[in-house]
Design a protein around this ligand. Structure first.
Ligand code: SAH
Ligand code: SF4
Length: 411
């Protein structure tokens, strides 16, 4: 992907990010929207996407996007007592009902009013893939026809060092991605739009419902760049974390970023103790530039400074993710430099053998090369693990199932 196109995409994404806030333009839930976002964009976003977003009237706000305070003030506006907000949230997150009509302690008229004003069922399951080690991948259709993925992983010991009873959900934060990392399926088809907070929260609710499992951890490592959808992301984290919402501890949430340095600093300044993972994938600018166009905007020195700032402000260690790609970033020199970076930040390193993506040329190094890399890392004294991908057989890396289904649809 050319640098010019990447810059264009980033500019568009910033504008889209501004429009994706609560109460502002949100693509209409109609079939034109679906057609437009899937067929007209080609391999990357075009200027027409901005017109598209402004042209359509905003759809109903998803009820799962609202915080307690917002619902309380909404009810006050409607001439209702503020305690109705607590009732609605209890139905949503404790009782997990699927419609306003089931909220039987609300007056019937109010249920009708809420139904007219707020969206409820946000995700339609389209396909599910399971693998032998019980990693399950879900493809959902959003109300505007866009496709997103979420993956339920039974255990992620390499990331968390916890027991195998932990279930981790990997959620998407955007439809597509504008950052175009060269190893990643999510960026291959460009960027469509930010997810609303409710669409992020709904991935959690829907997968607990479909799997019948309780989810213990959430990682923002699915499709999209979470820090490019900052406001919706923080809102979703608040809803997942709050006692009136899902009640999941902030330390059970990990946000992964390709390295938007200023946004890492912004995240460091807010009080939630979410964990941070950095998609590093290159230990020098020369190698990282080859893999991740974002590095030209926020080079390593700037990114690592922002990481150091995050570590200063928070009481937890960050994780550096490093996909091993043969002949690109798997040299012993890269291992040694990566080890030094991690030691300076007191960060953990999570190496992931590259998962081949159809249409992309790169390949996973042999086991022997992976081991040599890990040995070189260990010699630096860094705290490193290698994650032998769960769900390799179901194309679990982000964006791959969506890409496959979109290719099938257009064949
Ligand atoms: N945009 C964010 C979060 C989504 S991508 C970010 O870049 O961090 C999160 C992670 O998915 C990547 O860092 C990488 O660890 C993993 N990933 C994506 N494509 C992959 C592939 N082809 N093989 C292995 N891991 C992949
Ligand atoms: Fe986007 Fe992350 Fe994929 Fe890069 S790795 S293209 S930032 S989703």
């Amino acid at each position: 992907m050319g640098q010019m196109r990447q810059m264009r995409q980033m500019g568009q994404m910033r504008q889209m990010g501004q429009m994706g806030q609560m109460g502002q333009a949100f693509p209409s839930h109609n079939s034109h929207a679906s057609h437009y976002s899937h067929s007209s964009l080609g391999p990357g976003p075009s200027c027409s996407i901005l017109l598209f977003c402004m042209k359509f009237t905003p759809a109903k706000t998803p009820i799962q996007s609202l915080t307690l305070e917002e619902l309380q003030s909404k009810f006050r506006e409607m001439g209702q007592p503020a305690y109705r907000a607590g009732q609605v949230l209890e139905w949503l997150y404790a009782k997990r009902v699927k419609s306003f009509s089931e909220m039987t302690n609300l007056p019937a008229g109010l249920r009708g009013q809420l139904d007219a004003e707020f969206g409820f069922d946000l995700l339609e399951p389209v396909r599910k893939l399971g693998s032998d080690d019980t990693t399950q991948k879900f493809l959902f259709k959003l109300a505007d026809g866009s496709l997103i993925e979420a993956v339920l992983i039974p255990a992620s010991p390499a990331l968390y060092g916890e027991g195998s009873d932990r279930r981790t959900l990997c959620v998407s934060s955007q439809v597509g991605c504008a950052y175009g990392c060269k190893f990643c399926a999510s960026g291959l088809d460009g960027f469509s739009r930010n997810l609303h907070a409710g669409e992020i929260v709904a991935q959690f609710l829907k997968i607990e419902e479909l799997s019948g499992e309780r989810i213990n951890n959430v990682v923002f490592m699915g499709m999209g760049e979470p820090l490019a959808n900052y406001d919706n992301l923080l809102r979703a984290i608040t809803i997942l974390n709050s006692p009136w919402g899902i009640g999941l501890g902030a330390r059970h949430m990990t946000l992964s970023t390709s390295g938007l340095a200023p946004m890492i600093r912004k995240l460091a300044d807010q009080p939630l103790q979410v964990r941070l993972a950095i998609s590093l994938h290159g230990a020098t600018d020369a190698v990282r530039n080859q893999i991740m166009p974002v590095n030209r905007k926020f080079p390593l020195a700037e990114l690592l400074d922002a990481c150091a700032y995050y570590c200063e402000r928070k009481t937890q260690r960050i994780t550096l993710e490093f996909i091993l790609i043969e002949g690109i970033n798997d040299s012993l020199e890269q291992a040694t430099t990566l080890g030094k970076i991690a030691r300076r930040l007191d960060a953990k390193i999570n190496c992931i053998p590259y998962n081949a993506v159809e249409g992309l040329a790169w390949v996973r190094p042999s086991l022997r090369r992976q081991d040599a890399f890990m040995n070189a890392l260990e010699r630096t004294g860094a705290d490193a693990t290698i994650r032998r991908e769960k769900g390799h057989d179901i194309e679990a890396a982000c964006g791959q199932l969506r890409l496959q289904v979109k290719r099938e649809e257009s064949a």
